[in-house]
Design a protein around this ligand. Sequence first.
Ligand code: WTA
Length: 651
Amino acid sequence: MPDIESLLKEKRVFKPAKDFSRQANWNKKTAAEYRKLGEKNPERFWAKMAKENVSWFTPWKKTLQWKPPFAKWFVGGKLNVSYNCLDRHLEGENAWRRNKAAIIWEGEPGDSRTLTYGQLHREVCKFANVLKGLGVKKGERVALYMPMVPELAIAMLACTRIGAPHSIVFGGFSAEALRDRINDAGAKVVITSDGGFRRGAPFELKTAVDEACKGAACVEHVVVVKRTGEKTAMKAGRDQWWHELMDGASADCKPAKLDAEHPLFILYTSGTTGSPKGILHTTGGYLTHVTTTAKAIFDLKETDTYWCTADIGWITGHSYVVYGILANGATTFMYEGVPTHPGPDRFWEMIDRWKVTIFYTAPTAIRTFIRLGDEHPKGHDLSSLRLLGSVGEPINPEAWMWYHRVIGNKKCPIVDTWWQTETGGIMITPLPGAVDTKPGSGTLPFPGIHAAILDEEGKDVKPPNGGFLAITHPWPGMLRGIWGDTERYRETYWSKWKNIYFPGDGAHKDKGAYYWIMGRIDDVMNISGHRIGTMEVESAIVSHPDVAEAAVVGRPDEITGTAIVAFVTPKGNVDAGPALADKVRKQVTREIGAIAKPKDIRFTDALPKTRSGKIMRRLLRDIAAGKEGVGDTSTLEDFSVLAKIRESDED
Ligand code: WTA
């Protein structure tokens, strides 16, 4: 792990400001108490959190039932997520929140909508009745393929109201990818829109749904939100407009009393092998985890305007645009478009105009802003900001310092939060009022989370040596499985060590016990904070008739963190060159989506393989990164391949 050396030199420490600590939801004293309790008795800690932060219709009987690798949290408890995000803010001492903004939304063209808790509740109840009217029953899956519009949050909450697990597919995925996910989850209804706005122009979504549905017999209904107003084909008997269905719907819908372990949603994520995995999350543990972490880490207050820039199609959007934020009765800001439209200062202009107080984004975005120039943030008043967050990939200390100086004006704490689709909520993070921060370190596990750095054998690695990050005790937001594939769940996460969760990241601890996450150590790439499996891209490429073989690796990239490099062997009679490179990129876009398009394509007439025929990825990684001395080649079958690949032309 070569990066450890440079991170070890990072000596800067930032203490929480006194005035921040004083007002923090979790100040030093609370944090220390919770940390102690969480270490000694994680179940007691989480039970306390579940009681304080979540409303239950029926209390649970047992906090944790752990039959490795299967966990059940809050066994016997009954609750409803939409009740926790909505109804409880309209009752009792919180009733004043009825007219507080729940969602402030801005479209890319500059249009905006605000939904108060009262209004959001009404819309959610109506749409829950629409779903019932379409025949959706408790436990039946609904697929959501939408742009960042308020209807996406409304649809999610409506699903939770009736106990229909949702499966959100990021709008950037292709029709093929959507079809696979619809089929895997067996979704009965798809909710989509005519499109959305991006980079100053409308884009379409509905045609991809039509394409996907051709091979998805499970879909009975498609509901379409009108966003762009572009011409949209509607299939009679299957497709209906959202606004027409909502027109006659009743606003009276009781929240279903669901078991704590009732499936809440499925979210697909890339793995090292095969097709994407449907990560399953359930109700009580997930809600406890995201609500507690949001309150403690983002220090949410009634007066905050909180903005997480993630698309709801990713886990960050599920947990910290919608559920964790609304469950706390806070105001979540949602934006539809790209950060650079109509100009490179769009984000800063919005922070200034809406007086955003908490800003949570990804290192790739921060690095893009650094490149665009300081004049853009400096041209706006960012003094409303009081806390900054980072998520999705390791943040390099220089980007951290820039974020701290230029965006935070040296007064905002930065929370660098490590977690995954599988963990449901944040796992390793500073507590902004209580924990000293070091640029590039996620600092410490959240109270109640037990982590370690282990070697292959499962032994603790001595700081500051690097090893595998591990979670050694179950936690409430943990995935409950991979949809329809128990064996893969066991194999992927629980087979490396006995009863210990393996996240797939490399990390090390410094002498102060702070965690430094180094990134993926498996064949999953992290492109702009999005996980993409090398295998997935490879199978997309070889599905093109002109391609004989392909190997995909990541290489470091200044902006996106990692960039995709594809080594492609064309079929015998096919010419390698820009025309084929273009075809390969189009194929990947069609099969997966533009996010998985290789940045570099290098044609080669053979790939380096071991005698047993395994592609030597480490060699390819070194070559892709332009490293001089390529490591261990002792098992390489044919040495001449290497020289040829090194000479291979970039397209
Ligand atoms: C990486 C996103 C370093 C990590 C929430 C993890 C991070 C993968 C951080 C999960 C961070 C996420 N520092 N690395 N603060 N946050 N990662 O499932 O490699 O899209 O395994 O979840 O992102 O990506 P996922």
